[in-house]
Design a binder for this molecule. Structure first.
Ligand code: CTP
Length: 387
């Protein structure tokens, strides 16, 4: 059975770690516990020791009766490190390479996946330094279990409450049971429409909602990937664990793709990028005049095609929506853009909640999927193309 190293830091929710240990033990996991000194003020090591049926480690310098270097042996022993609750202090230390107690030393010395279950006062939660530290740690592959809204120890109803213990244990279980076939992979995804500016209040765009791309990004993260989502303007919210970069125009999207392409393993291009932009954009609102208005458009870069020219080890996946000759057109784009897969659908599904797609691979095999909501479809697509 898997070895879970539970780190308990000094938030009021530290008392809930007892419940987490008991749930993990019931599921059959081996559990060892490290507490910070502050956590021992909230719940005693004896309680956690009794539930874990193992000595709880707090002190770096405590006398012990085996001759391993303890922080190294614990760091190697763990298949997964769960820190619950995680305080702002722990995040700050790990994000800045500070290892000044047993917990931060073991986390810093371990190659095991780490899950930080956050719990703190709402103002601390919104502290920009914490937000920056979390963003930094996400980039290094640390996982975060966001806290819930609820009644906090500081007497307010707000975000900051440790996620329900049952759900935390579920996340640990999922880590091992679901197919984490994207662990260690970096994926760049474009999504949504682009807006091509005409004047301060007008632009050219399309009806793309971004739903397909966001759903795919979410699935990739669930399967263990680190995802950068470059999103055109959408009504969708940023998702946990996804670095989302908001852009407007095709040129901005192109620049962001260029910045990240060399570092990624997979590029998934779901965005409905405008092929043209107005040749001239006006700083002032364009006034109407008697005659017709002719707007000259110039070509935008074909982002996917440009990325394919830079392709080294990266896998490239394109999407296309066609009004006619779906398979034939899709096959043409697959070849022209040197793609590994193309996901093709009819334009009638554009901006809808459901989609029905064909997945064509570079060996020209075609897989037809049933019509279904985009969030379910995302799982099928990710499994078919990436696994
Ligand atoms: N694409 C892109 N940049 C563009 C146009 C398209 O990256 N300027 C990407 C899309 O994200 C999609 C794929 O290319 O993954 C196919 O897009 P689509 O609009 O269907 O095809 P086009 O190549 O633009 O061809 P056409 O307009 O002739 O259908």
């Amino acid at each position: 059975m898997k070895n879970i190293l539970l780190g308990v830091s000094g938030g009021i929710a530290a008392y809930k770690s007892a419940n987490i240990i008991s749930k993990l033990k019931k599921k059959g996991y081996n559990v060892r516990v490290i507490m910070t000194k502050n956590a021992t003020e909230i719940i005693t090591p004896l309680t956690l020791e009794t539930l874990a049926r193992d000595r709880v480690v707090v002190d770096m310098w405590e006398k012990k009766y085996n001759y391993d270097v303890e922080h190294i042996s614990l760091a190697d022993w763990a298949d997964l490190i769960l820190v619950a609750p995680t305080t702002l202090n722990i995040i700050g230390k790990i994000a800045n390479g500070i290892a000044d107690d047993m917990l931060t030393t073991v986390i810093s010395a371990s190659k095991a996946p780490v899950y930080f279950a956050l719990a703190m006062n709402v103002n601390m939660y919104e502290n920009p330094i914490l937000i920056e530290n979390i963003t930094k740690l996400k980039k290094f592959g640390y996982n975060f279990i966001e806290s819930d809204e609820g009644f906090l120890a500081c007497n307010v109803n707000a975000k900051g409450r440790l996620k329900d213990e049952e759900e935390i244990v579920k996340i640990v279980e999922n880590h091992f049971t679901k197919e984490n076939f994207l662990i260690g992979k970096k994926i760049l995804i474009t999504a949504g429409p682009t807006e091509e500016r005409l004047d301060p209040i007008r632009f050219l765009s399309n009806h793309s909602t971004g739903k397909m791309g966001y759903a795919i990004a979410k699935k990739c993260v669930e399967f263990g990937a680190e995802v950068i989502l470059i999103s055109g303007p959408t009504n969708l919210e940023n998702q946990n664990n996804i670095e989302t970069i908001r852009v407007k125009s095709a040129l901005e999207m192109y620049d962001e793709c260029l910045k990240h392409f060399s570092k990624i393993d997979i590029f998934i291009s779901t965005a409905a990028v405008a092929d043209y932009r107005p040749k001239v954009t006006s700083d002032k609102k364009i006034k109407k005049s008697e005659g017709n208005l002719i707007i000259e458009l110039e070509r935008n870069p074909d982002i996917l095609l440009e990325m394919s020219k830079l392709k080294e080890h990266q896998k490239l996946i394109g999407f296309c929506a066609e009004s006619e000759n779906l398979i034939e057109n899709a096959m043409g784009k697959l070849k022209r853009k040197n793609l590994d897969f193309i996901v093709a659908n009819s334009v009638e599904y554009f901006s809808k909640d459901n989609n029905k797609v064909f997945i064509i691979s570079k060996d020209e095999s075609i897989k037809e999927l049933e019509e279904m909501p985009k969030e379910y479809l995302a799982e099928f697509i990710v499994k078919s193309i990436v696994k």
